[in-house]
Design a protein. Structure first.
Lengths: 143, 660, 319
């Protein structure tokens, strides 16, 4: 994978527009250094986060997937993240059944003002994924 | 498609850490990209007209700008793209500043990141379709919840601006906390004197309908078209007939009702008018203490009322109102100091709150303005004020500063000296926060002109000592412990959110922070708006603040609404959900899950149940889309195909043969 | 009395009020039963009830929502009916449920493993715990316990949870002392790498026939299934591991909190892929997190269609 050639891994982040994306922006404004691996996809709400997107990404060869939204009780759309919390917790416990290390997928809650927290979430998760190494490559047949 | 990619230098903000020219050039490799360039400042006038020109010259039908965060300039570029003749949703913005160049200095990796993010945006744009907003009529009426000073100001400004205002107040009189104050800092003018004229204006203004002793039961609808259900609580007095003469109060035999207005320093009669300048000046019966309502005895007020206004059979009434916007100005509550066991936990009569002290100072208060110890009625010689009770204290879950206690303590110390020239006042403080105009000068006056002894240190304990109290604290500037024998202790209690705030937030669909104060849209730039269109904030419900700030916010909220209503029709956001009817199987899961009730069941021509989105109510959260097993309901501008396009751009699935 | 006689009598009695009655009858050979759709009273004679009645008939019900239907259900099938009622896909007043207390059905693949000429069976007899299979050449006497599929071995609800009439002796769970999900234990013992290889091996063989989806009683999307459409383009119909796994994931995720473990998906798979394990694992997770089992209470709300502001069984992540 191209990502591995330059020492990076393929890490996708799904961020909710109102809290976490703004939090990532605040971290940028504060020039808080982070690893460069993460690629962010913006969603209106973690309620929009279909667990199948995570599975699609991992099956297609992503090495790590991160989902971040507003803290429960603070959802801009009042309830989206409550549903997300349930769906994503089920998914997290399900990944090992397939042979994916559950640590390749994290979901968390970062608010718009939590710049430092965002910095540590990204740094810690990137390190976690690097420790696990490149993800399974399903494109080739098993031996 | 013919897509144009514009990569911004943002001066040196992006160009220092990203090879913008290279990123622009490589984007020509992506499918459907026919034009790419880099620019110094895309958001500048030159940049925007450069984009518009490129659209014309190269017949572009989609634009990608890679620059700062879309939360800053997406609307700017959408308008530019629209001016160039394209639909504003045929535009995607890539964040290579906050998310790339500002968080890493590795130019090689950042450039690669920019290239990939641009690729994702291009793939998403290829799935975009033109969206057109709809226009809907609005009801130019304002609902203001809470008639303290902020609500009163907002109501007057809206009314003067020509709008109809419906003003709700949960108590039987308007005026809020300010009506209870004796004098206000830093001018030491009489609170009632400056507030009453405004209260009277509210009652007389033809555009303002005042519903006192009423609360919001429910709010449904969307900006411009809200339906409010209001509970008008039973006062047991017909306010159309009551003249406020007060004869009922004179004759009422039940004298043990709680006197909320006087902060429980005294008791009042079951039928009462809270204070002489109350607006509306009408009586109400406290059902917990009325002998007629409890035991069917007495009935004296009914006999003596000159206008036969008493109605023991009155019930709560639910009324509906249609409004276009809502301001919530519901104020705050004071911290319950009984949590501080070391200060007596509320057991000591002579340890009172600042608001109780304010009532003692007030000439229309329970003691006629004479400062007396609640225990024995004697005049205190030594008064100790303790600041930061329930503020700046993590241990009671109140880490924030309430912002006005330093000022009101100084004021109360000054007034104490005025009332009791022989008295001595002590103030235990941590810091003095006096940021406003003439504020710091005012606190210095309390020390220098009025002789108040300011001690920098916290109070560890208050306990009964002889006939008074012993206040044990520390003087950190002297570096020693101190003990003061006090006759009266006044605790400067902090502000907390009002008890009904969390429930009201749910009804209005706005958020609160972890302390229950309503959350504004942006802490710096949008202090009176919320993220819910049509709902605005004013005053202490958004965060503790003093009177000038509350008045300022009241006017600000009114200005926002006057701007909102300056048009006759509002534009609806087309980024809403839509149902693809043939794919819908009518299972109803989306209807159940929508938090806003924006989806309803309809029948198609074959009589089969199908889902339909009420576009004006849909907020665009996307919950329905994830819930639908057939992906029949899609959120415009965030469809499954659009997100999948981005995912596939990053992680392409392996294909046997690539036909691209 | 033989439950089948009672069933036939009861069905005959109910038939005049029904538009259609669905049960099982003898299939193309003694080893196979097949669904029976009966409108005439005399056809009731053909109705059978034995451990070869494997099909979950509840799958037919959503398409007959507005008709008066009499339906035969085993324990597992009745849970499918309850689940469909919960989702509003059926109307209770249109259903007459004939519940059959079940002590397990037979896994035909296990029979075929023990009976070499399983294509040539003359007769099958049930003798208590024994199953006698008569082919032209031999007679096989097999133990019923050994022929139970995994889903019956782990079954906790052998008696219908919802029924208008019930027949047969009340049955007991086959392995009450084992944990409810003991069938997953062997799988749990595998390492991550082993699991990966396991699924890669099986999913490479998947031919995307969609039999698992078509047999599932809760898959009501039919022609609108997102596994077979380009809009939205969740996956392609290319027959490689990535796409096959994505298809299985879509099916499993759409069943999370809904699957009642009837096992039809695994039974009908022509390639013998153990797809039920995926759904069972999801059911286990849902039970751990939400104390919820699908298909038991028609008034319950599926856990993924609701939420709690404080989740009891979840550790907060970064809250």
């Amino acid at each position: 994978m191209p990502a591995q050639d330059r020492g990076e891994l393929r890490i996708i982040g799904f961020l909710c527009n109102w809290c976490s994306y703004a939090g990532a922006d605040t971290a940028g404004v504060g020039r808080l250094g982070q690893p460069t691996d993460l690629r962010i996809i913006r969603l209106p709400c973690t309620g929009r986060m279909d667990p199948l997107f995570v599975l699609k990404a991992l099956i297609n060869g992503a090495d790590g997937v991160l989902v971040s939204g507003c803290h429960p009780n603070d959802c801009h759309y009042s309830e989206g993240n409550f549903y997300a919390r349930r769906r994503l917790e089920v998914l997290k416990r399900f990944l090992p059944v397939l042979g994916f290390d559950a640590r390749r997928f994290e979901y968390t809650w970062v608010s718009a003002s939590e710049a430092k927290r965002w910095q540590s979430v990204v740094s810690d998760f990137t390190e976690q994924v690097h420790n696990l190494g490149a993800g399974p490559d399903l494109a080739r047949a098993s031996s | 498609m013919r897509i144009g990619v514009f990569v911004c230098h943002c001066g040196s903000n992006i160009a220092d850490n990203v090879e913008v020219a290279r990123a622009a050039q490589t984007s020509l490799l992506y499918p459907d990209v026919t034009f790419a360039t880099d620019m110094m400042y895309t958001c500048s006038e030159a940049g925007q007209s450069g984009i518009e020109q490129a659209v014309q010259e190269h017949s572009l039908d989609g634009v990608v700008v890679a620059a700062c965060t879309p939360k800053m300039h997406e609307p700017t570029f959408r308008r530019a793209v629209e001016r160039a003749g394209l639909n504003r949703y045929m535009f995607e913005m890539v964040n290579i500043r906050e998310h790339a160049s500002w968080i890493s200095k590795d130019k090689e990796k950042n450039t690669r990141k920019a290239q990939e993010l641009i690729h994702m945006a291009v793939e998403k744009l290829r799935q975009n379709s033109a969206l057109t907003p709809k226009y809907f009529e609005i009801n130019k009426r304002v609902l203001i919840i809470g008639a303290g000073i902020a609500g009163i100001q907002a109501a007057l400004d809206c009314a003067e601006g020509g709008l109809e205002v419906l003003l709700l107040e949960k108590e039987s009189t308007i005026g809020g906390k300010m009506a209870k104050l004796d004098k206000t800092f830093p001018t030491v003018d009489c609170s009632s004197c400056i507030l009453s004229p405004k209260m009277v204006d509210v009652s007389l203004h033809p555009n303002i309908t005042l519903y006192a002793y009423s609360e919001l039961e429910q709010l449904s609808g969307y900006v411009g078209n809200y339906q409010a259900t209001i509970r008008r609580k039973a006062t047991y007095v017909d306010w159309d007939k009551c003249t406020g003469c007060g004869r009922c109060m004179e004759k009422c035999p039940s004298k043990k009702a709680r006197d909320h207005f006087n902060e429980d320093l005294t008791r009042t009669t079951a039928i009462n008018i809270p204070f002489p300048q109350a607006i509306p000046k009408r009586a109400k019966i406290d059902a917990n203490h009325c002998l007629k309502l409890l035991k069917d005895k007495c009935g004296i007020c009914e006999e003596v009322c000159p206008t036969q206004a008493i109605d023991y059979n009155m019930q709560d009434e639910l009324v509906t109102a249609e409004v276009g916007a809502v301001i919530t100005s519901t104020g705050f509550d004071l911290f319950d100091h009984s949590k501080y066991g070391e200060y007596g936990g509320g057991r000591y009569q002579d340890v009172i709150t600042s608001m109780q002290y304010e009532r003692l100072l007030n000439a229309s208060g329970p003691t006629g303005g004479a400062i007396q110890r609640p225990s024995d009625g004697k005049e205190p010689k030594k008064v100790v004020f303790v600041q930061c009770v329930g503020s700046r204290d993590k241990s009671v879950d109140r880490p924030y500063c309430s912002g006005f206690c330093c000022m009101y303590t100084a004021k109360q110390a000054i007034l104490t000296k005025d009332h009791l020239p022989e008295s001595e006042s002590f103030v235990f403080y941590m810091d003095i926060r006096a940021p406003g105009k003439q504020y710091d000068e005012f606190t210095r006056r309390a020390i220098e002109e009025y002789g108040t002894r300011y001690v920098r240190g916290r109070v560890a304990q208050i306990y009964p000592y002889g006939e008074g109290l012993m206040v044990r604290g520390v003087d950190t500037l002297m570096g020693c412990q101190v003990e003061v024998e006090a006759d009266l202790v006044v605790l400067a209690v902090g502000a907390e959110c009002s008890k009904e705030a969390p429930a009201l937030a749910e009804k209005l669909r706005i958020s609160t922070d972890q302390h229950g104060f309503f959350t504004e849209s942006h802490p710096k730039l949008r202090p009176v708006e919320t993220n819910t269109a049509g709902i605005f904030l004013a005053g202490a419900c958004q965060g503790p603040k003093d009177i000038p700030s509350s008045v300022g916010q009241g006017s600000a909220a009114a200005a926002k609404i006057l701007a909102l209503f300056s048009k006759d029709m509002l534009e609806s956001d087309p980024q809403v959900a839509q149902v693809n009817l043939p794919r819908c199987i009518g299972c109803g899961k989306c209807i159940r899950i929508c938090p806003f009730g924006a989806i309803q069941e309809v029948q198609d021509r074959a009589g089969q149940p199908k889902a339909e989105v009420i576009e004006t109510v849909c907020q665009g959260c996307g919950l329905c889309e994830v819930t639908c097993p057939q992906s029949a309901i899609q959120l415009n501008h965030c469809t499954d195909n659009q997100i999948l396009a981005e995912v596939n751009a990053l992680c392409p699935p392996k294909t046997e043969e690539s036909f691209e | 009395m033989d439950p089948i006689q009672e069933l036939r009598a009861s069905a005959r009695e109910a038939l005049p009020e029904l538009d259609i009655f669905i049960g099982w009858e003898q299939g193309f050979d003694p080893l196979h039963a097949t669904p029976a759709f009966i409108k005439d009273s005399q056809d009731m004679e053909g109705l059978i009830w034995n451990p070869l009645c494997v099909q979950n008939l509840a799958g037919y019900l959503p398409w007959l929502k507005d008709k008066k239907v009499g339906i035969c259900v085993k324990g597992c099938d009745s849970r499918s009916v309850v689940q469909l009622l919960q989702e509003g896909l059926l109307k209770r007043e249109n259903l007459t449920i004939f519940g059959l207390n079940c002590s397990g059905v037979l896994d035909l693949k296990k029979i075929q493993a023990q009976v070499p000429d399983a294509g040539n069976i003359q007769e099958v007899r049930f003798n208590g715990e024994q199953v006698e299979i008569f082919t032209l050449r031999e007679t096989y006497r097999l133990q019923k316990q050994e022929l139970l599929p995994l889903k019956c071995q782990a079954c906790m609800y052998p008696n219908p949870v919802l029924a208008d009439h019930t027949f047969g002796q009340e049955a007991q769970p086959a392995n009450p002392d084992q944990g409810q999900y003991f069938d997953l234990e062997e799988f749990e013992g595998k390492s991550l790498q082993e699991r990966l290889e396991y699924w890669q091996y099986h999913l490479e063989r998947c031919i995307r026939c969609y039999a698992c989806r078509n047999a599932c009683p809760l898959c009501v999307c039919r022609d609108q299934c997102i596994a077979q459409t380009r809009n939205p383009h969740w996956l392609s119909e290319e027959n490689n591991i990535q796409q096959n796994l994505m298809y299985q994931m879509i099916h499993a995720q759409h069943l999370a909190g809904r699957c009642t473990g009837c096992g039809e998906c695994e039974r009908v798979c022509p390639m013998d892929i153990p797809v039920l394990a995926l759904k069972r694992k999801l059911s286990q997770i849902v039970q751990e997190l939400f104390d919820y089992e699908a298909g038991l209470d028609q008034n319950a709300v599926p856990p993924l269609l609701t939420f709690q502001t404080e989740e009891k069984n979840m550790e907060p992540r970064g809250e």
